[in-house]
Design a protein around this ligand. Structure first.
Ligand SMILES: Cc1cc2nc3c(=O)[nH]c(=O)nc-3n(C[C@H](O)[C@H](O)[C@H](O)COP(=O)(O)OP(=O)(O)OC[C@H]3O[C@@H](n4cnc5c(N)ncnc54)[C@H](O)[C@@H]3O)c2cc1C
Length: 473
């Protein structure tokens, strides 16, 4: 059995297969010298720095369930309650996101009306959302087209699309809603309105928490109470950083199963088996899980139909730049998880106030700030810029928006060149075709296909493992 790629997807698939059939010989082939793929935690000078992902959502249960199963419950942490709000860069200043926003959808009228983030015209358009008819036309919509149709152009481009598109670092006008946030079109379909649908969901959560039967979710008093629910954080992380999950999965694989520096080059069918040529030699396997980026899978398969579909999945490049500062020199109160900078508000996509968001990420008296840049906003230029230049850009942007920060005590740059898959319009059909045309005995799983979040990757790995186990009997 061969699993290609030692990111969270490949590690989870290998763990699931090994746990179900410990007697099978399993090899996990990773191109890099390090396991984890996008997940990488650096511990230095008392700082815990997650260069890539820093958390995962609990609402999609696969990753949380896996963490519990691996015995990592005591290491799970939630975002700090004192810093659960998010700021938005607007007209060169940082302004709190209006209270009551859920997945980019505003659910409280007053905070929205008071917010300087939208003009009166934008607010008026937004207030009309519950009264706009649901879409009847079939056919796919982009994130931007859907949000501007429902919320109005201004609320879509200044608030909701930067939040949602930011997760992909992509262009909301090109990203497919169906392949990224299908739950939003479902809200429109079920409730005729995103605002009413979000409120009904909150009311149902509230009543569940109170142990009450569902009752009339759409009663006015329920909706008003739901809109005032204290914000809870949907995100969790690990005290020692996200690599905790990587190490824990890798530790459960048999000795010798993991081979690093083993970039897979070609899969060749030999009867019902596969010959797997990699940088360190060759293996034969009854089945293969390709949990590497789509381009590497395309090259390994070298099958004209599937490979050209795989090559058509676009990827963008991003980078994260971290700075530590003396707390006493930072003018900003840092009383939030960080900020989002919509298009037109500079080069940064977002920033995280790391030690405000998560306890224990910087030594006492210091702060750790992460800038995120690239993607659809200049990702193609990142490769030609040195780490020092990226540092200067991010520091300049942070100072412009946050005020004085003092001189950094340390800085760290992480690059994700071509590592951010973009589920563009047509993505779901493309992935369905890839799965239909994939040769027997080969499974494709990971961020390129059915969602980029860690829970999506874990769920895909588990599905691939289940199907492979059923296939081999
Ligand atoms: C900056 C950033 C921040 C993010 N933040 C979050 C977050 O907070 N929460 C969240 O849920 N998600 C986040 N994501 C998304 C998430 O990190 C990824 O979608 C997920 O980690 C992908 O896992 P994967 O195993 O599918 O792919 P990868 O992590 O890309 O792993 C693929 C592996 O395959 C290896 N490989 C490539 N080619 C070959 C080959 N030919 N042979 C063998 N091995 C090969 C690679 O070296 C790599 O190790 C973030 C992503 C980025 C870039």
């Amino acid at each position: 059995m061969v699993v290609v790629g030692g990111g969270v997807t490949g590690l989870t698939a290998a763990y699931r297969i090994h746990t179900a059939r410990p007697e099978w010989r399993i090899s996990l082939l990773e191109a890099d010298a390090r396991l984890g793929g996008n997940i990488q935690t650096l511990r230095t000078g008392g700082c815990v720095i997650d260069g890539g992902p820093d958390s995962f959502v609990k609402a999609k249960p696969a990753a949380h369930r896996l963490a519990l199963e691996l015995g990592l419950e005591s290491q799970l942490i939630s975002t700090e309650p004192s810093a659960r709000r998010v700021l938005f860069a607007h007209a060169g200043r940082l302004t709190p996101m209006p209270e009551g926003m859920a997945l980019g959808i505003p659910t409280r009228a007053l905070p929205m009306l008071r917010s300087p983030l939208l003009s009166w015209r934008g607010k008026a358009q937004l207030l009309m959302e519950p009264f706009r008819p649901a879409r009847r036309a079939r056919g796919e919509e982009s994130i931007h087209d859907f949000l501007s149709r429902r919320l109005g152009e201004e609320a879509a481009s200044r608030l909701a699309a930067p939040l949602l598109g930011g997760i992909y670092a992509g262009d909301p006008k090109a990203l497919s809603l169906a392949a990224t946030f299908p739950q939003l079109s479902e809200l429109e379909r079920q409730h005729g309105s995103l605002v009413l649908g979000s409120l009904a969901q909150r009311a149902s959560m509230m009543r569940r928490a109170e142990g009450a039967p569902p009752g009339r979710l759409r009663s006015l008093s329920n909706l008003v109470r739901a809109s005032r629910m204290a914000p809870h954080s949907p995100f969790v992380s690990f005290r020692d950083g996200m690599s905790t999950l990587v190490y824990s999965l890798a530790d459960r694989l048999p000795t010798g199963a993991v081979r690093r520096g083993a970039a897979v080059r070609r899969l060749t069918a030999e009867g019902a088996r596969w010959r797997v040529a990699h940088a360190g030699g060759e293996l034969t396997a009854d089945a293969v899980v390709l949990a590497c980026p789509a381009r590497a899978a395309a090259e390994a398969l070298a099958e004209p139909g599937v490979s050209s579909l795989l090559m058509g999945i676009d990827y963008l490049s991003t980078a994260t730049v971290f700075f530590s500062f003396d707390r006493s020199e930072v003018a900003h109160p840092l009383d939030s998880t960080g900020f989002i900078a919509p298009e037109g508000e500079g080069e940064l996509l977002a920033a995280t106030f790391v030690d405000s968001k998560w306890a224990g990420r910087a030594p006492s008296g210091q702060v750790l700030i992460r800038g995120f840049l690239g993607g659809a906003r200049g990702g193609e230029r990142l490769a030609s810029r040195s780490d020092a230049e990226l540092g200067r850009v991010v520091l300049g942007e942070l100072r412009r928006l946050m005020g004085p920060l003092g001189e950094p005590r340390g800085s760290w740059v992480f690059r994700f060149a071509g590592k951010n898959p973009q589920p563009h319009l047509g993505h779901s059909e493309r992935v369905a075709a890839v799965r239909r045309l994939s040769p027997p005995g080969v499974w494709l799983a990971g961020a390129a296909y059915d969602g980029v979040g860690i829970p999506d990757c874990v769920a895909q790995a588990e599905r691939a493992a289940r199907e492979l186990l059923a296939y081999l009997g």
